[in-house]
Design a protein around this ligand. Structure first.
Ligand code: NAP
Length: 321
């Protein structure tokens, strides 16, 4: 199969219609086990690239830098120009250092150089602020980020997870600096908090939307059931926060509609959940995650699914927003 490309929001760069997320590379779960080590990480990246994927999402804190290191080692055997690489800065990277976090000029400058070093590249295609920093004046971080673009260290800026504070993006984008051209909110069939304000803001300001957790961390694959323990090895089995936020009666009600549509189109629930985002007018490219190559291959096949208008509307209406 060959993924198609789309415009990266209102920029001149083309990215594959599904991005690949590397949050779980080097990530230690609640049991202290590394979820995806370097060998598997490279197999996953190979599978994604073999399918025509070019849009890789990471962050400075994923696996405490290991996600970027694994990607950098993998890119060393590839042509870096074939890929659009995004990373993020905000979360603490030096626990005892009061300046080892956030969007201060000091932390941003330190982190961008560390990111480039780990990835083995001299520029990032896209740098997101992982969260807004209320302790740093917006003028300070927007001016610093603007400098990265002017210096050629970064091509585009993005912002992540600011719903419901759409006004913060507006405030930043109305300054005289390089604006946020992409937004990365959580968005999937059960997490719809961006719909009332955030997505209309993105539309109005030409900010592309790159949703994270498009499968609700695996909930929308249908492998969880109301009355059974999460399957061994799944995120639900190893992550209390996931269980608390996703394994709810309200979400299982939505899942019933997804399963019904999946039966109708002869696809998996994961594929239908992704197809809903792929067909969504507001969405640029969802960032799909996967722990195994089989999961990734199943997810990439979602690009072949076509939903009817009625099926799309039924999925949209499965949760009242
Ligand atoms: N900006 C932010 O704040 C933020 C936050 C979170 C994520 N992200 C980005 O978004 C990316 C995706 O997030 P996510 O991992 O939560 O995405 P997701 O696609 O919603 O969930 C991925 C997880 O679901 C399970 N899964 C995926 N496909 C499956 C399949 N076909 N069958 C069965 N299980 C399947 C796997 O977990 P198990 O097999 O372990 O259950 C996999 O790790 C991240 O890697 C990261 O790049 C950004």
């Amino acid at each position: 199969m060959e993924l198609e490309t789309v415009s990266l929001g209102a920029t001149g760069t083309r990215v594959s219609e599904l991005a690949f997320g590397t949050w779980r590379f080097g990530h230690e779960n609640d049991d202290g086990e590394v979820e995806i080590g370097e060998e598997r990480a490279h197999e996953l990246l190979d599978a994604y690239a073999d399918a025509g994927g070019n849009f890789i999402d990471t962050a400075d804190m994923y696996g405490d830098g290991d996600s970027e290191r694994f990607i950098g080692n993998w890119l060393a055997d590839r042509d870096r120009e074939d890929f659009v690489v995004a990373s993020k800065i905000y979360w603490p990277t030096r626990p005892d250092d009061p300046n080892g976090r956030g969007l201060s000029r000091k932390h941003l400058r330190r982190q961008v150089d560390r990111i480039l070093d780990r990835l083995g590249t001299d520029y990032l295609d896209l740098l997101y602020v992982h969260r807004w920093d209320d302790d740093t004046p917006a003028d300070e971080f927007m001016r610093t980020l603007d400098g990265f673009v002017r210096d050629g260290k970064v091509n585009y800026l993005g912002t992540s997870t600011l719903e419901p504070n759409a006004w913060k993006v507006v405030k930043a984008n109305e300054m005289e600096y390089e604006p946020f051209r992409l937004a990365q909110p959580r968005y999937n069939l059960v997490n719809r908090e961006v719909e009332p304000n955030y997505l209309p803001m993105c539309d109005d300001y030409d900010v592309g939307v790159v949703p994270w957790s498009p499968l609700a961390g695996g909930f929308l694959t249908g492998k969880y059931s109301r009355d059974e323990e999460p399957p061994a090895g799944s995120r639900g089995a190893t992550d209390q926060q996931f269980r608390d936020s996703y394994l709810t009666d309200e979400n299982f009600d939505v899942l019933e509609t997804v399963e019904a549509v999946a039966d109708e189109v002869g696809a998996s629930t994961a594929q239908v959940s992704l197809a809903w985002l792929l067909e969504h007018d507001a969405v640029t490219a969802p960032i799909v995650g996967a722990r195994t190559v089989d999961q990734l291959e199943e997810n990439l096949e979602a690009t072949r699914i076509e939903l009817s208008d009625e099926q799309f509307a039924r999925l949209t209406d499965a949760k009242s927003v």
